[in-house]
Write a protein that binds this ligand. Structure first.
Ligand SMILES: CC(C)(COP(=O)(O)OP(=O)(O)OC[C@H]1O[C@@H](n2cnc3c(N)ncnc32)[C@H](O)[C@@H]1OP(=O)(O)O)[C@@H](O)C(=O)NCCC(=O)NCCSC(=O)C[C@H](O)C(=O)O
Ligand SMILES: [Mg+2]
Length: 294
């Protein structure tokens, strides 16, 4: 599946130490699951959580993409997590607290040494001041290896900076947009951070809408109740699909075959809008296909 068809609207963190959550996650309609071996697992429970996850992944029937968030590779746990993820055949490994391209190079080298297939991608959490400052360099150098996505980590950003974002996240906007821009400049995906107050449906919907307007491809989640609203916010609306169909149909008419620009209801439509329309229609088709697997 190409990048344009890959659905990344909703990525749910599932704590690998929680057997009930692992079991439940299999049937959830998230586009992806991020099995967490890092922050949600207590230091003394790391080995047990990894074994639990290994066993779970061996029998999991989840239909979306599967990602494992490993511990930092400088730790023994991180290296063992990476080995487990490679053996389990997941789609990506998420590295925490990435602050430079070296961390990605090292992970890519380790995966090469494990003969991991090229389709096993690396995702990077950008969640420290240094990571934010170096986001562009990390993306630029990372794509030469296996990097394919950035994930924002608002809790660690808060911990490291003391910034206390309000409901609109105004205080974080320059940093978030820097991360988005770094990702887009290098052709990788970028996922918005988690919203911790999982009972606040209104606040969550507002943050999803803002995230989509900012250019994020989807949102990371902590609770199953956040999946449906994230899918709705980051998927195309009925109006966007109807508009995309009109644009595609207009350019298919013989009289427009050689035209670079046309008008629809008094609005200028160029071929770049056709590219965008095709992307919307591909996403619609991918959503229909994904729904059929639930
Ligand atoms: C926050 C939670 C601890 C709440 O869990 P719980 O008390 O069980 O909530 P509920 O009773 O409302 O749960 C209802 C049912 O849903 C299941 N459940 C809950 N959460 C998940 C989940 N994430 N995945 C799968 N299933 C889940 C419960 O088991 C209940 O099932 P049932 O028994 O059948 O009714 C919990 O939601 C949770 O642990 N969330 C994830 C926490 C996590 O992974 N944190 C780390 C990632 S976030 C992060 O680190 C971001 C970043 O790095 C940063 O710096 O910001
Ligand atoms: Mg974090």
């Amino acid at each position: 599946m190409g990048r344009d068809q890959m659905l990344l609207r909703s990525l749910l963190f599932v704590p690998a130490a929680n057997g009930r959550a692992l079991e439940k996650s299999d049937g959830l309609p998230a586009d992806g699951l991020i099995y967490d071996l890092e922050d949600s697992v207590a230091p003394e429970a790391k080995d047990e959580a990894r074994e639990r996850l290994r066993e779970h992944l061996g029998k999991s029937r989840f239909a979306g993409i599967r990602i494992v968030r490993v511990n930092p590779l400088v730790l023994r746990e991180g290296t063992e997590d990476l080995l487990m993820a490679r053996g389990a055949g997941v789609d990506a490994v998420l590295l925490p607290k990435v602050e430079g391209a070296d961390a990605l190079n090292e992970a890519a080298r380790a995966l090469d040494e494990m003969d991991a297939p090229a389709k096993l991608r690396l995702w990077a959490m950008i969640e420290t001041p240094r990571g934010i400052l170096k986001a562009e360099k990390i993306a630029r150098k990372g794509v030469r290896g296996r990097l394919s996505a950035f994930v924002v980590g608002p809790n660690d950003i808060r911990l490291a900076t003391n910034v206390r974002p309000g409901p609109e996240r105004t205080e974080l906007l320059p940093w978030l947009m820097q991360i988005v821009l770094a990702a887009k400049a290098n052709g990788i995906d970028v996922l918005d951070g988690v919203y911790g107050d999982f009972r606040d449906a209104e606040g969550f919907a507002r943050e999803c809408d803002a995230g989509r307007r900012m250019g994020f491809d989807g949102k990371t989640l902590i609770h199953p109740s956040q999946i449906a609203p994230a899918n709705a916010a980051f998927g195309p609306s009925d109006a966007e699909i109807a508009e995309a169909e009109r644009i595609a149909a207009a350019f298919e008419r013989p009289e427009n075959a050689d035209r670079g620009v046309i008008q629809i209801d008094g609005r200028m439509i160029e071929r770049l809008h056709l590219t965008e329309a095709r992307r919307v229609l591909a996403q619609r088709d991918a959503i229909v296909a994904r729904s059929a697997t639930n």
